[in-house]
Structures are given as structure tokens and as C-alpha cells.
Write a protein that binds this ligand. Sequence first.
Ligand code: G4P
Length: 522
Amino acid sequence: MNQEIERRRTFAIIAHPDAGKTSLTEKLLLFGGQIQVAGAVKSNKIKKTATSDWMDIEKQRGISVTTSVMEFDYNDYKVNILDTPGHQDFAEDTYRTLTAVDSVIIVVDGAKGVESQTRKLMEVCRMRNTPVIIFVNKMDREAKDPFDLLDELEEELVIQVRPLTWPIESGPRFRGVYNIYEQKLNLFQPSKQVVTEKVEVDINTEELDNHIGSDLADKLRGELELIDGVYPEFNVEEYLKGDVAPVFFGSALNNFGVQELLDCFVEIAPSPRPVTAVERTVNPDESKFTGFIFKITANIDPNHRSCVAFCKVCSGKFTRNIPYLHVRHNKTMRFSSPTQFMAQRKTTVDEAWAGDIIGLPDNGTFKIGDTLTEGENLHFKGLPSFSPEMFKYIENADPMKTKQLNKGIDQLMDEGVAQLFVNQFNGRKIIGTVGQLQFEVIQYRLENEYNAKCRWEPVSLYKACWIESDDPEELEAFKKRKYQYMAKDREGRDVFLADSGYVLQMAQMDFKHIKFHFTSEF
Ligand code: G4P
């Protein structure tokens, strides 16, 4: 069992839209033998059918906007990639996916540097001390100066960095990367068809000059010296603690620098890590199966209504057709057709190990955060809700369908499509999302799946803050003062809906013993 768990690498690739997440995923699948299109991205058409391009497969399969999983074997490793939706309106999905991974690869566009979405996702990684590897992509295009980029990464992502490869120029002058770790030169050939061969060179000999010319050779020597002087030696332990992020340079589109990344990744990235439950810490090598639901995807195809609940196996071995305890319902369930995902294919699995993700057919029995065990009463922590960015009142547009509407809202919230707050002053329901698209999805699905109609009404809010205090009197005084803005989330927790940044600031000043949190878990 230990061997099975040790060889698993479960991770997600995160990036700002367009940085190259799809291209990189595709190249990784290529190395893993999961797709055979040599050189993969040849044209738009192939790219659009690429397995990892989420929106498209989901559309083909008729499943709504969510996260999927891909897995493959590479050398002795079993790699599980959790895909995250490219559209930033579904960032909440990505946050949740990050709770199910053991490490993360961040893709950054070499010309654009760190962009907003990446910054936000990194915050989630930092909260959980998730080990991070950074891939600076599109070096075949004119990129920022690599030293400037490293400074920017450190500053914007608030993590120490350590380059493990180093680019030789960029754009039309891009000559390749020097692999600092292996001390090999990797010469760039602008081709999508082949993986470039590495040349072993002693950088202090003329051999380097022969390959890239004396000027660039001298420059590279100088830069490598500088790197050694500025950045401490790479330390795997620090990476595993989430303190330092190794950096690779390359071009996903040209399949360049990707193998270095993958080789290093499987070697240093963590195997499944212990998971914290309310009751205790669960170790992956425990003999008994435990797992939690981090994602539910709905099927918008009216002919195939059932959902898929994605379960991360936290410990032990999951076996098909064995009864497991659904802790929240205190009910035993048996799964006859759990699925695993191989690129385009979905196959029924007989067993899965800690680190794996399995898809369980679901018709409303699961809710995000649910725990499955062999009988133990266990509740996994670490599936926080984040303050939404946009808020709207949801109103019933068809009084004959109140029951349907409430059921629909309930189930969609169980799936984690958005967050619901009930204003304690006027009893009105407020839906919070990360983007406008989610409101559209909710409205569409309420109509199509629940035969209910909703109407949105504006409410101007800035943030939802989960509040706590050691001083119950102050907490009560606060709730009284802000009674118009107090709401409950679905778990019955007190939430203060601040209508502006200024109001929040004032509240923080007036009520010094109250902590205002932007996530539901603290
Ligand atoms: P995303 O999933 O992060 O949104 O990014 P995706 O891989 O779809 O890449 C976004 C665009 O950037 C694509 O171009 C892709 O071809 C291009 N790209 C990705 N990696 C590289 C690279 O290393 N070098 C260069 N020059 N471009 C890269 P597109 O115009 O949107 O699509 P397409 O017409 O190229 O298919």
C-alpha cells in the first residue's frame, strides 16, 4: 500500500486565463502517453478538441462548467492532474479543487508576468502551505528580463523563488534554457513536433561558446554566477513546506522545457499528505478508506440528469461495491460504478488509493465537504468558502413554483455553484458569486432542471465577512448595531455583509475585539 501511495502525485495547474495552462496540460498528457497527437497543438482545431480544454469537453459531454480530472503514468509515478476551469467567474471551483491537491504548478506568461487571477489563487496555496512550482511560459515570445520576472514572482506571489533552469534570451533570439540542476544545455528548436535533445556541456569550456556563440555564453556564465550569489541553494524540504518555489522557463506550445519540469516535478512533488479532520489527522497510509467530496458536477443534459461527485481518497484503499459510511447522512452506501478519468475516457474502477480522485454517480445525496469512511465518524476540514465578489437578491418569479425554487437553490448550493446568505433583518435570500456568469448558470439551471423561475435584484455589497470574537458582549453589540447587514450562511454562521470597504474599515476600528474573516474557515 505504501508503494502505491508513495508513487502518486496529485496536483493542479493554475494560471491566469491564456497563460498556457491548456497547452501545458496537453504536453504533460503527451508525455504520459494519454494522447498521441505528436507535437499536439498543431492547429486551433486540435487544440479545441484537446482533452484538457474544459469548456469544450464539458459541452460535448453536456456537463456544466466545472473541474475535471486527468490521470496518467509517467515512469514509476501515477500522476493525477486536477483541471480547473479557465473562466475566472468559476474561481470558487478552483479554490475548492486546491483543497484536494498535494501540490500545484503555476503557469505564468513570460511577457505578462504575474496577473490578477494567479495572485488570488496563490493566496489559497499559501493558506494551505501547498508546495508550488512555477513555469514561466511563452519564452519563444519577447519576455520580461528573467531577473525582473523572478523579483516580480517573489513580490507578487509572496514566496521565495529559486530558478532551476535559466533562459538564454527570449522571443526570436530565444536559444534555449540551461538546466542548472542537471548542468545540461537544452537548445531550442522552434518545433511543435519534437522534444529537443539535451546537450551536456561544461559551461566553463568553449563548448558552450560553440553552441550559442561567445557573447551569449559569457552572458550566461555571468548570469549563472549571479543566480548562485543571489539565490540560496535549492532545498527540497523548503519547497515541501511551501517556503520556496522552484522556477522553470520554457514554451508549452513548443513542448520546450516541459520534460524538465515534469521530471523534476515527479521527483520532488509530495505524495499524498496527511489530511486534517475535526476529530484527528488522517494519514494516507492508514489501512482504512476515508475520502471527501470536493466537487460536484451537474449534467445539464436533460436526458442524463445525474451528477458526478468527485471524491478525493485521503487514506487507505477504496474498493468498488464495498459499503461505506456517508457520515452526514449516517447511512451506508455502496458504489457499483465509480469512475476514473483517463483523458477523454472514463473507466469504471475497482479500486483506488489515497491520492486518487474517483467520480461517484450522485443524485442529490452529496454535498461539498461530505465525508466517506469505513464507519468512523469523521469530518474533514479545509473546504472554506471565500467571500464572494458579487451579490444579488434572488426572488421568486413564479409564485406557483416556490417549492421547486427552494429545492433548486438548496441543491445548487450543495453543489457549490454559489453561496447563499439569508439576511437576518428582512429574511431575503442573497446569492454571492465570483462572477456574473454564475448568476446566468443558476437561472438557467433553475429553469431547466427544477422548473422554477428566479429574478435577480440588485444589492450593493462589498464583502461577506465571517465574524468571531473572544468577547461575546462586543459581538452582541456589533450584531445589534449592524442588524440590517447581518446574515447567516448555510451552516448557520454569522456573516457581516459590508456594503463598502470604508464601512468595513470603520467597523474594524470600532470593534477591536472582533475578527473579520474573508473565508469561512479560520
Ligand atoms: P490557458 O489554458 O491558460 O487559457 O492557455 P492556452 O494554453 O489555451 O494558451 C493561450 C494561448 O497562448 C493560445 O493561443 C496558445 O497557443 C498560446 N500559447 C501557449 N503556450 C505558448 C507558448 O509557449 N508560446 C506561444 N508563442 N504561445 C503559446 P491562442 O491564439 O488562444 O490559440 P491558438 O490559436 O494558438 O490555438
